[in-house]
Design a protein around this ligand. Structure first.
Ligand code: MSK
Length: 628
């Protein structure tokens, strides 16, 4: 029997989204929800991880209970097939974050070599602190010399010529490092682990499901403590370490009388330069001459989070809002770098006057205009793009513009430096609050939207349930827009928290949900866990903390979830990955990993049930530490 079509109230929590879904329907524009309906029901073999197309003896579809089809042509069974697919899935996620990090390393090296004037060191103190932390001497050296040495060190972290240990492994509590060594999952090099995963999962190499899954954990760790952490720390050094500040969120951040430019993707390298050009008085005057009141830059997804954290640039929306922003008819230009950019955006932009501009040689989009940015030409290219946006504004049909509502206010910018700064420079007050029970624990709510779930419903209800239970929430990525739109990123939201958390937030003037950045900035969360564990002399797995990716969709989110678990953090997912065709792999994920790395996954689409399970885990960890 065909499944009933979902009503608009089942698609999204938000009025701004509903208004634009209706407008898209009226204007004959297909959105992500329409395409999901077209693709449903999904292939059960693919959904459960039981297809293999990694060689030309196949493709194979494994039917575990069939006499003839229980094995692929090579002899792989369900467990091996699922593990191979999952291993490559995680490797793609780790590669994506880490290749983003590589662009930052290249930029830092160019600053060090004097090959760019467009990018500079904005946070010299952090440059010197990080250099010292990874063992470089900074005495009598200028910033450029230190930048060059640090970039060279991080370059070695990517390869296999290093000492087989990532620079930031020094941050990991000793007990955890010893465990990784014992289990054989200590990450050696960022590219090394990804390449080895591709090798292991070639036909005829690693043919044991558990062994492949353990290497998936190692690969994810090279992302979390390698590529992502490097990306975060260099971004702070080059663009400034975030500090708390106020900004706005939802489609109301678009302005009918302004040139509207949206930045989408992940890398601050492009979006920071675009912002510098858009703030240039010459272009503001040019926009006014074209009949606009000014130039308005707003963000989407994680490049939006990068600008939000450091520059207070407003956020138009998360993953499922990206198409709907163009449907407002108010977007003059969308500038993209890479990751999470639906190819459909080009098609939708062609239904309006919107220019869609790609910038990276590794992310071309058929039908887009391509303006390639690099560290030598970035400002010149950003100027060119702003001129294109002003020209597009003159072609805008104002009768098609619909901006559904006013924006919500939110507080953002909680880097670890800012969090520790608010605590007086040490984690001790937070540790005391945890010991006293006023903050019972902390949970990172991270990740995407997935059109299979009602947009932002799980994010917001889970966060509300956790803060009620005196559990501090940290958020990154697309969860940020959800929780911002729900008003949870405002200090006033402390009134929705339990008495203990409420008192802590009110005394510090902070919200009960702290925005700590983009997807790569999940590295800030594991670093903060390491700081707390080191201060207490325990392992990360002993802390009353958890992670959650309630509405995840991407390979990157799988890598994040796995590095959280492999770092000792209990992790909730709103949907399972494509592994349920293997009992061995599923049981390992949902329990067996606890015996190996001290943490495991749970899968629960209901935010209220998920909150119960997370709370129970946090209470168990508190008891383990001798706390009530
Ligand atoms: S953008 S990976 S949808 S968080 Fe980082 Fe959002 Fe998920 Fe992409």
């Amino acid at each position: 029997m065909a499944k009933e079509k979902r009503g608009i109230d089942d698609l999204t929590l938000w009025d701004d989204a509903k208004a634009m879904i209706r407008k898209a329907e009226a204007e004959g524009i297909q959105t992500v929800w329409d395409r999901l309906e077209g693709q449903t029901p999904h292939c059960k073999f693919c959904e459960t991880g039981l297809t293999c197309k990694k060689c030309v003896m196949g493709p194979c579809r494994i039917k575990p209970d069939s006499e003839k089809k229980a094995h692929g042509v090579c002899g792989a069974d369900a467990d091996l097939t699922v593990a191979r697919n999952f291993g490559r899935f995680v490797a793609a996620g780790a590669a994506s974050h880490s290749d983003h990090g590589r662009d930052l390393v290249e930029t830092l090296a160019a600053i060090g070599a004097g090959e760019t004037t467009d990018y500079v060191i904005k946070d010299s103190d952090k440059l010197r602190r990080i250099a010292g932390e990874v063992g470089l001497s900074t005495d009598h050296k200028d910033d450029k010399a230190i930048a060059a040495e640090l970039a060279a060190l991080f370059t070695r972290d990517y390869g296999f010529g290093s000492n087989k240990r990532l620079s930031f492994a020094a941050r990991v509590p000793e007990k955890r490092r010893e465990l990784w060594e014992k289990v054989g999952i200590a990450p050696r090099g960022v590219d090394w682990e990804v390449v080895e995963m591709m090798h292991r999962t070639h036909m005829g190499v690693d043919s044991d499901a558990v062994s492949i899954c353990l290497h998936a954990a190692r690969t994810s760790l090279s992302d979390g403590w390698g590529g992502s952490m490097i990306a975060t720390e260099i971004s702070d050094i080059v663009f400034g370490t975030p500090k708390p500040g106020m900004t706005e969120v939802n489609l109301g951040v678009l302005k009918k009388d302004h040139v509207n430019i949206l930045v989408h993707g992940h890398s601050p390298i492009v979006s920071e330069m675009l912002l510098a050009s858009a703030r240039d008085e010459t272009f503001i005057q040019a926009a006014k001459s074209a009949g606009a009141a000014g130039i308005n830059v707003a963000g989407l997804c994680c490049t939006g989070n990068e600008l939000l954290m450091r520059q207070g640039v407003p956020m138009a929306g998360n993953h499922l809002m990206t198409e709907l922003t163009i449907v407002t008819g108010a977007v003059d230009l969308m500038l993209v770098d890479y990751q999470c950019i639906m190819p459909s955006l080009v098609t939708i932009s062609h239904c309006y006057h919107t220019k869609f501009v790609s910038t990276s040689n590794k992310a071309h989009f058929t039908g887009a205009e391509h303006v390639e940015f690099n560290y030598k030409n970035a400002r010149e290219k950003a100027d060119q793009v702003v001129r294109m946006a002003i020209e597009a504004f003159t072609e805008r049909d104002q009768s098609r513009v619909q901006i559904p509502q006013g924006p919500m206010q939110m507080m953002t910018g909680f880097s670890n430096e800012a969090i520790l700064g608010a605590l007086g420079g040490t984690p001790d007050p937070l540790i005391e609050a945890i010991k006293a029970g006023s903050v019972r624990g902390a949970v990172g709510i991270v990740g995407c939207n997935n059109p299979k779930l009602k947009q932002d419903y799980v994010h917001t209800n889970l966060a509300k349930e956790l803060i009620k239970r005196d559990i501090l929430v940290l958020c990154t990525g697309c969860a940020t827009s959800a929780l911002g739109k729900a008003g949870l990123l405002m200090p006033e939201a402390a009134s929705q928290a339990g008495d203990g958390l409420k008192a802590v937030c009110e005394s510090l003037g902070i919200p009960p949900v702290l925005h700590v950045g983009s997807c790569v900035d999940n590295a800030r969360i594991i670093h903060l866990c390491a700081v707390l564990a080191n201060a207490l002399g325990v392992d990360i797995a002993d802390l009353p903390v958890a992670a959650s990716a309630p509405e995840w969709y991407s390979e990157k989110a799988a890598a994040i979830g796995l590095y959280a678990v492999a770092s000792g953090i209990f992790t909730h997912l709103g949907l399972p990955p494509h592994i349920t065709g293997s009992e061995t792999v599923t049981n390992l994920a949902l329990g067996g990993l606890d015996d190996v790395v001290g943490a495991h996954f749970i899968v629960e689409p209901d935010p209220f049930k998920a909150a119960e399970q997370i709370d129970a885990r946090i209470q168990a960890k508190r008891t383990g530490l001798g706390l009530t």
